[in-house]
Design a protein around this ligand. Sequence first.
Ligand SMILES: Cc1ncc(COP(=O)(O)O)c(C=O)c1O
Ligand SMILES: [Zn+2]
Length: 441
Amino acid sequence: MKNNKFTLQCVKCGQEFDGFSEWFDVNQVCPQCNSKHVEAVYDDDLTGMKNLLQSSDEQVKSFWHYFDYLPLISRDNIISFGEGAIPVERWKFLEAYARDAYGLHNEVWVYRNDKNGGTGTFKDIGASLAASILKEHGIKDYVVASTGNTATAFSRYMSKAGISTYIFMPVDALKASESEINVYGQKVFRVQGDYAKAKEIAASFAKKHGFLMTGGNVDPLRVESKKTMVFEWLRQMGKLPDVYVQALSGGTGPIAIDKALRDLKGTEYDNPMPRQVLVQPDKCPPMALAWERAVQNNFPEGWDTNFPVIENPQTRVPTLATGKPGTYPLISHLVKDSNGSIIQMKEEKINDIARWMAYETSIAMGPASAVCMGGFLNALKQGLIKDGESVLVNTGEGVTRAPEFMEEMIYVTDDVYSVDDCKLHDRKGLREVLRRKAVER
Ligand SMILES: Cc1ncc(COP(=O)(O)O)c(C=O)c1O
Ligand SMILES: [Zn+2]
């Protein structure tokens, strides 16, 4: 299918592909240089962006608002559950905490990915774009390797597109993800090993059957959708934040932000990269460890390819369990160029953090979001956020993705046998207790 909208360009050698038909024909590998990394380049010079960014919330029904800058040719192929039409909210209690605890005056914005229409995670927009493009190209079978949230989102959207999906998950992936995928009739292979092993078997399976497979964190199917996050922040906040906080697994988020900013270069929305503060749980922190080592040694020769591999990570947040961080060479430079950091948070704190957040906001968050919030609290403590800066915390998921985690939230229940056992409850008094538990090390 010829298209006049965009080309895909090999990042390594510059080879051009006429959209996804040519890219799929070469099985998503550049025949010139073997790179799997292509980027979408649009024929249009983004003059239409101004109009899109002046739209009201009511006009934005999904991230497809930005159709003109997404690599789909016909709107007829859109597979959508209303994803990406989510608010950025100011969380004043976190601003008050930064002020009271550290004397800092910050705007703290939270991007509510739990409100995504598909599966309530920030994987929904990627799944929507992928399903739509695969449908446009008549693809019938697809292979996905994922720690859980991508798998679940892709399964749902591919079902709607009529595409059979083979999902390869690591042994520790959440039962809730597995069951949701099964509900849609998509196939799960629970690989008896970690995520790296799941990816390896998935790739062999795709090759054996001649099926297409997700192209990882740099896959334009994902990056191009996630880039619309930046457009939405500009539309809703009227600016970009100074600091960006996200839980880090493979790093599609920062890669997509960088792509959006390069697309916007030369327009009136030209902005520098917000300082990236990326967070890993301490039970699976390979990129944070590599970063700490690089900082300690003042970024010696080869620092960006020197990272540990954590085999079979024992983490309670399997969504973030990328123990072998193949994208570190890319992510580390995005972080360094933005003057950012890759930090750790103590995984044992996630229940306390999620309880405090839910108490203050009435929003129950999933474990990966609690990791992200824990990173924000650590960043305050470590002086990574300066007075007067605006901070955007990209929480990735609501708690529906992790019912086991929801059960661990129970802390106000008493077992009773008679009315005499039923003590009055001081809900107000909880505030201080929850805050203290969440922020103490
Ligand atoms: C809820 C949530 N937060 C954060 C991440 C990390 O995403 P990435 O590192 O690919 O940007 C994921 C990915 O699995 C996720 O599902
Ligand atoms: Zn190439």
